[in-house]
Write a protein that binds this ligand. Structure first.
Ligand code: AP5
Length: 214
């Protein structure tokens, strides 16, 4: 299985990708998670990405494409992978096509459809573990009262880019740079719409139904 989860920020891509990755034993490749780890470790990549991520902008195509190329060469990607948050520009989509070639081409692109009002609610109420990156939500999936993650014991925080102002900026950037990928994959006849504005379990069921019909 070689799939892309496409959609605006906060549409539930990460939530479903973590689950699907465990179910099918294939890696979830989240460019956001890789970048946040690099920022936390203070690497060169992290230094280049930090301010851009905090402002809600996009990290350069060159850096991101190099990072994904290196990740896809790892042996655990051979049986398949879920790309979560990549590609985010047409240039990244074109680079991915070249990288994979015909034999290993992406099979399907699932577009997570959620209204803007729901996205803003989900993101401003999201909380994230600073240790293992697990997501919680003050409304739909509250974190433990201790403020510590019940998976790894890490401290639960609010991501700096989850303030309402930055969420609105991210949505603007999404419309401008990422939304055109819908048509890009529609033309390749790989695009499937997932009704993601439903409870997590319902979205999960629809996801499985969609994937098993492909
Ligand atoms: P990234 O980490 O990829 O952020 P994003 O795409 O903005 O996605 P999110 O993680 O915000 O949302 P999600 O769709 O995964 O939703 P989630 O499942 O968490 O990127 C961060 C930054 O890194 C970017 O802004 C950019 O700067 C940089 N970057 C990353 N990739 C890049 C690239 N390719 N090129 C350039 N720059 C790049 O769910 C959200 C919340 O809702 C959670 O609290 C969850 O519990 C809850 N929730 C989930 N599903 C449901 C549901 N069905 N009902 C109710 N609540 C739900």
């Amino acid at each position: 299985m070689r799939v892309i989860f496409l959609g605006a920020p906060g549409t539930g891509k990460g939530t479903q990708a973590v689950w699907l990755s465990e179910k099918f034993a294939i890696p979830q490749i989240s460019t956001g998670d890789i970048l946040r780890k690099a920022v936390a470790e203070g690497t060169e990549l992290g230094k280049a990405a930090d301010a851009i991520m905090k402002s809600g902008g996009l990290v350069s195509d060159e850096l991101i494409v190099a990072l994904v190329r290196e990740r896809l060469e790892q042996p655990d990607c051979r049986p398949g992978f879920i790309l979560d948050g990549f590609p985010r520009t047409i240039a990244q989509g074109e680079s991915l096509d070249l990288m994979l070639g015909r034999e290993k081409a992406i099979q399907s692109v699932l577009f997570f459809e959620v209204s803007e009002a729901e996205i803003v609610t989900r993101l401003t109420s999201r909380r994230t573990c600073s240790g293992c990156a697990r997501n919680y939500n003050m409304i739909s999936d509250p974190p433990p009262a201790s403020g510590l993650c019940d998976s790894c014991g890490g401290r639960i925080i609010q991501r700096p880019d989850d303030s309402e102002e930055t969420v609105r900026k991210r949505l603007q950037v999404y419309e401008e740079k990422t939304a055109p990928l819908k048509e890009f994959y529609n033309e390749q006849k790989k695009l499937y719409i997932l009704r993601a504005e439903q409870p997590v379990e319902r979205v999960r069921e629809e996801l499985v139904t969609l994937l098993s019909g492909l």
